[in-house]
Design a protein around this ligand. Sequence first.
Ligand SMILES: NC(=O)C1=CN([C@@H]2O[C@H](COP(=O)(O)OP(=O)(O)OC[C@H]3O[C@@H](n4cnc5c(N)ncnc54)[C@H](OP(=O)(O)O)[C@@H]3O)[C@@H](O)[C@H]2O)C=CC1
Ligand SMILES: CC(=O)[C@@H](O)[C@H](O)COP(=O)(O)O
Ligand SMILES: [Mn+2]
Length: 386
Amino acid sequence: MTSRNLAILGSTGSIGRNTLAVARRFPERFSIRALTARNNIDLLAAQIQDFCPDIAVVYDPSDAEDLKKKLGRKVSTKILHGEQGYLDAATHEGVDMVVSAMVGAAGLLPTLAAIEAKKDIALANKETLVMAGDLVMDKARTSGVRVLPVDSEHSAIFQCICGNRRKDVEKILLTASGGPFCNSPASEFARIKPGDALAHPTWQMGSKITIDSATLMNKGLEVIEAMHLFSLCVEQVEVVIHPQSIIHSMVGYCDGTVMAQMGLPDMQGAIAYALSYPQRLSLGLSSPDFPGIGKLTFQAPDLEKFVCLALALEAGKIGGTMPAVLNAANEVAVAAFLEDRIGFDRIAGLIGSVMQQYEPLPDPDLDNILAADAWGRNAARAQLPE
Ligand SMILES: NC(=O)C1=CN([C@@H]2O[C@H](COP(=O)(O)OP(=O)(O)OC[C@H]3O[C@@H](n4cnc5c(N)ncnc54)[C@H](OP(=O)(O)O)[C@@H]3O)[C@@H](O)[C@H]2O)C=CC1
Ligand SMILES: CC(=O)[C@@H](O)[C@H](O)COP(=O)(O)O
Ligand SMILES: [Mn+2]
């Protein structure tokens, strides 16, 4: 059995920590060669001591100096910083698989660089495909590397597709928990505080994606992610609310068969599958207690209440640079909501009005996408209160 040499971009986050938990259990299979973080220097220092990577990266040069002091002379890990440091981690020659687990648009350039350097990708950072899906998937094809999904729904779809012919796939049923406000009327959205929206009913995740789950923007981003990963059009992806988060998604075939992948909501399963594909690891996770659960329920999403999902479906249909603008405006709106600068009920309106002002470009190159991202951020910031 050959060992996989991993770089984990975003090792201090929820996906990063879960990835290291999997790697810790299988030291003969995984060797950690590069780790990156942004602000959490204390946790990164502890991870370096545990896993002894060749390199570790933070953004700020002064954080890099603090980290070196914390670690002392005995640790041989090279400490880098800045955007270039992230690119160096993503392209490090000792690495054969990059776990893309930074949050937001920051993940795009390191992920692209990793693909160009012929590293397989375990992809959690869905924003990469939302912004630049065509470009990223084309680059992966020409570089001969795999983009293995970590996102639970996409891992489920990937698992349900394995062993079947792609041309027999009719549609994807992308499940959504519905978030904490699934049963709240829209009239209550103005009163929602960050603490309420951060209380996800079934998953423990970082704060940005947890807010996206509460607005259902997460599901919209995932529709676009699925279109790129599985070469589908937006009409082939149906969002189904499934509050128990036991079925992680389903694939419908031309003969009427529907295949579902199930498990308890724990990201270690999807992460381990991407890291060990096509094998499975003995993770020792429990499987669902079906008689205890009793009922699995399903409903259609309410697109009038969850306008973010409708906006993402529209951006997915328009394509070109529109999804990058949607993503940029969403990142600004979510950060402003978490800082209590705008209400929960303002998130969708802000993104919608940025999209309305924008003239998308078809078939964008990377420069067009980065320009659309910058434009979307500026247009969204211009709408924030002073
Ligand atoms: N959490 C989950 O279960 C799932 C997450 N995903 C996706 O995976 C990605 C990561 O999510 P999650 O782990 O929850 O997020 P977290 O917020 O928990 O972690 C984000 C990681 O990225 C780092 N980071 C944040 N901003 C930057 C930046 N500007 N430049 C470089 N690094 C940065 C953080 O560093 P630090 O902490 O040191 O500041 C941290 O290591 C997201 O794209 C999300 O949508 C997909 C499916 C499930
Ligand atoms: C764990 C994972 O993959 C998340 O993207 C999750 O799906 C979020 O839950 P929602 O279904 O509420 O968006
Ligand atoms: Mn998901």
